[in-house]
Design a protein around this ligand. Structure first.
Ligand SMILES: C[S@@+](CC[C@H](N)C(=O)[O-])C[C@H]1O[C@@H](n2cnc3c(N)ncnc32)[C@H](O)[C@@H]1O
Length: 319
């Protein structure tokens, strides 16, 4: 079987999330081709893993790869935020470990044929799950110029977002934009000639912004944090690997807030929430890859792992 994704921070994930009892139940919320799950199932003979993925095509790869583990591994084809929000409708025990390795897999760039990269000429789609209503093609051909510019800027910090949005709108009036080649050509044309051939292709940021928008990546991350922590067992651990600052900021803020002692509003004369933090941050600073890992797998350079341990059930402020 052909595995194309190089799993990031493997040793670091293992160090923070390894089992203590031995028979822990893991939820791998972004199983992909199953690299991290395979590592846990192989190294720890009694752990059990449930793998979630929004993409049923990549899930087939993980199923094949992990079939030798039999009933120790199971799969659900779903968005992770929807799974944790509706946890009671599934028949699973509460997990001891949760891992989210955000974003997409090398599989999506190299094998999906869904237009995640400008390095191949493919239909502009970018949906991880075909039930998603809007594709990248729909966005570039129907959004207003202002909405397009805002989306590109907000999700990628692209400085030329306004110019790119304007050019997209001009070009789509002549011909509908259907492929990655067409879109990448339009974006590159917005950059001065000396910026078109640098180390990073000028289309990189706009493609990232479209992918984030199509799959509602930040919205899903915001939603899953609270629900996944609620479902995690007390004493359990929750690790998240992010790849860009928008994701990392959201995770950092959430973990910091949950690690606060008191969550009562400022105007309360005295603490009513109990003053005990809900989680302990096991990584005050994010853990990144070693130089060795970056050498072997350059895209790992932007990976950041943050991990918390759950100390108590979700608090509410008593009034
Ligand atoms: C970076 S890859 C995971 C790689 C995996 N950890 C490994 O080592 O092989 C992320 C995977 O999560 C899936 N994914 C991304 N966002 C998701 C979401 N909100 N819900 C469920 N799956 C998601 C993608 O389809 C992709 O397969």
């Amino acid at each position: 079987m052909d595995i194309v994704h190089y799993s990031v921070l493997m040793e670091e994930v293992c160090e923070y999330l390894k089992p203590i009892r031995g028979d822990e139940f893991f939820i791998d919320g972004t199983m992909g081709e199953g690299g991290h799950s395979n590592m846990f199932l192989t190294r720890f003979q009694d752990v059990r893993v449930l793998g979630l993925d929004a993409d049923s095509v990549i899930q087939q790869v993980a199923m094949k790869r992990l079939e030798g583990f039999g009933s120790r591994v199971s799969f659900e084809n779903c968005w992770f935020n929807e799974f944790f929000e509706n946890f009671d409708m599934y028949n699973y025990e509460r997990p001891d470990r949760i891992l989210l390795d955000l974003g997409i897999s090398v599989f999506h760039y190299e094998k999906s044929g869904r237009g995640f990269t400008f390095q191949k000429d493919e239909p502009l789609d970018m949906r991880l799950n075909p039930s998603t209503l809007i594709s990248a093609k729909d966005i570039v051909n129907t959004y207003s110029e202002v909405d397009l510019a805002n989306l590109i800027y907000e999700y990628s910090d692209e400085k030329l977002s306004r110019k790119i949005a304007k050019k997209i709108c001009l070009e789509r009036d002549k011909n509908s934009i259907e492929t990655t080649d067409q879109l990448a050509y339009i974006i590159r044309g917005c950059f001065p000639p000396d910026k078109r051939h640098g180390k990073t292709d000028p289309a990189t940021r706009t493609f990232q912004a479209l992918r984030i928008a199509v799959n509602s990546e930040l919205d899903r991350l915001d939603k899953v944090l609270e629900d996944a922590l609620k479902i995690l067992k007390v004493g359990g651990r929750f690790g998240i690997i992010t790849f860009h600052s928008l994701e990392d900021r959201a995770v950092k803020k959430f973990f910091q807030a949950k690690a606060q002692k008191c969550i009562c509003p400022d105007n309360y004369p005295q603490c009513k929430c109990g003053g005990e933090p809900e989680v302990k941050r096991l990584t005050k600073k994010p853990v990144g890859p070693t130089e060795e890992e970056v050498k072997i797998n350059p895209p790992s350079r932007s990976a950041k792992l943050r991990v918390i341990e759950k100390l108590s059930e979700t608090r509410s402020v008593l009034v």
